[in-house]
Design a protein around this ligand. Structure first.
Ligand SMILES: C[S@@+](CC[C@H](N)C(=O)[O-])C[C@H]1O[C@@H](n2cnc3c(N)ncnc32)[C@H](O)[C@@H]1O
Length: 407
């Protein structure tokens, strides 16, 4: 088991680099969830770094606790509002409880599992639960409004679709119960689905640059500006090295669309100069960021297309536009994080004969973690169960599935 990694951790600790040792241990725990000694070590590090509640989180499954450890575990329980569901979710134990059921750790986890089921109505397994299973009584409207306005008033989220904020806030309020904890959790979740991909962008300045390039009538200049703007969103930035080949290869399978649906588009419509679409193409682009959508509509108009971008949450209002091709580029992991099974539910509802679903082959942090094989297995499994015919394209930075789907 990760002996080299353990040696490196010891070296980090000897060199006083507790931050690096902590990060390495997080990675090891994800790979070897059943090895509880790793948790204990991580607890020691958090204690040393003076984060008692975090230390308590990783010491929680230890049977023999010193008085410091017991105090840290109490601090951890308090930070979870003494709620068994929050404690279980925070422990993030992804190992097999059955394999350790006769140990203190196993008994602790099983007791928490039973209490979460009894007190909060949900069954937690592998550190997760299906929120659909939860008692879905709507949260009290006044509390929900409080969470929504606290989140929507932050600069980072003030142009984000209110449908999205309401959907996420409702779910987090159901889990956490208190306005304060739900507000924090809603911000965290919105960062994962929206904030993590963006560099801040001055849309007015970006539009002016595009306008000048279009005014000059130089394709080369338009492409240069689009390229630079595409680099501001991590998804499209990763696509830059393959942009010349990406759309021609897809259209070769689907035919060149005259109506294109780009779902969770990010800045992808700025790749228009590489798409070779006809001038009367209907390019319908949907995303949850109203300021981005407004900018994209101005750009589409500049490029001579109808401004058909819309601010729309795909999970609240699945689109019913008919299209030749629907793009779900690098959307599935985000959709699944938002609602388990969301990708397939959405795909079933789309009115397009071809759906293009793609996946990044590296994580946002740049690590290659067997992602191609993981996504290939997952996606081909989904397709086989539905008897879809699927073409695969593998680019250096993106794995693409083109699904022939009923219209
Ligand atoms: C990983 S990026 C992919 C961007 C683009 N498809 C691409 O590959 O270049 C995810 C995008 O989906 C948007 N998004 C996330 N959840 C969404 C939802 N529920 N409905 C609509 N858009 C969503 C985000 O704002 C973000 O722009």
């Amino acid at each position: 088991m990760g002996r080299r990694a353990l040696r490196r951790i010891e070296e980090d600790l000897a060199a006083g680099d507790y931050g690096k040792a902590r990060d390495r241990l997080h990675g090891l725990i994800a790979t070897f969830p059943n090895d509880l000694t790793l948790r204990r070590k991580l607890g020691d590090i958090f204690w040393h770094l003076q984060y008692p509640a975090m230390a308590g989180r990783y010491w929680y499954l230890e049977e023999q606790k010193t008085p410091d450890m017991a105090a840290a575990c109490q601090a951890f329980e308090r930070s979870c509002g003494d709620d068994p569901l929050q404690i279980l979710l925070a422990l993030k134990f992804r190992g097999e409880i059955e394999a350790i059921r006769d140990t203190f750790a196993g008994q602790t986890l099983l007791t928490l599992q039973a209490r979460a089921k009894e007190e909060r109505g949900v069954y937690v397994e592998n550190g997760c639960f299906d929120p659909m299973e939860m008692d879905r009584r709507p949260p009290p409207p006044a509390e929900l409004d409080e969470v929504i306005s606290a989140v929507a008033s932050a600069k980072k989220y003030h142009t984000l679709s209110l449908d999205t904020i309401r959907r996420v806030a409702g779910r987090e309020l159901a889990i956490y119960g208190s306005v304060k904890a739900a507000t924090r959790a809603t911000r965290r979740r919105l960062h994962q689905i929206y904030g993590a991909f963006d560099r801040e962008m001055d849309y007015e300045a970006a539009y002016r640059r595009l306008e000048a390039a279009c005014g000059a009538g130089s394709d080369e200049e338009i492409r240069a500006v689009c390229r630079e703007l595409l680099s501001r969103h991590s998804s499209t930035a990763e696509r830059l090295p393959i942009l010349d080949r990406f759309y021609p290869a897809i259209w070769e399978v689907t035919g060149r669309p005259t109506t294109l649906l780009d779902l969770g588009c990010g800045l992808n419509p700025l790749a228009l100069p590489w798409m070779s679409l006809l001038p009367d193409t209907r390019y319908i682009a949907l995303d949850i960021a109203a300021d981005r959508v407004h900018f994209l509509n101005r750009y589409l108009a500049l490029a001579g297309l109808q401004p058909l971008a819309r601010c729309q949450d795909l999970l609240v209002h699945p689109p019913d536009d008919a299209a030749d091709v629907a793009l779900l580029l690098k959307m599935s992991p985000s959709l699944e994080r938002q609602e388990k099974g969301a990708t397939l539910r959405l795909m079933e509802q789309l009115r397009a004969p071809f759906i293009v679903v793609s996946f990044a082959v590296k994580s946002l942090g740049g690590r290659q973690k067997g992602m191609v094989e993981h996504y290939r297995q997952q996606f081909l499994g989904w397709a086989a169960a539905r008897q879809w015919s699927v073409e695969q394209l593998l680019f250096e930075t993106e794995l693409v599935f083109i699904v022939k789907h009923r219209a």
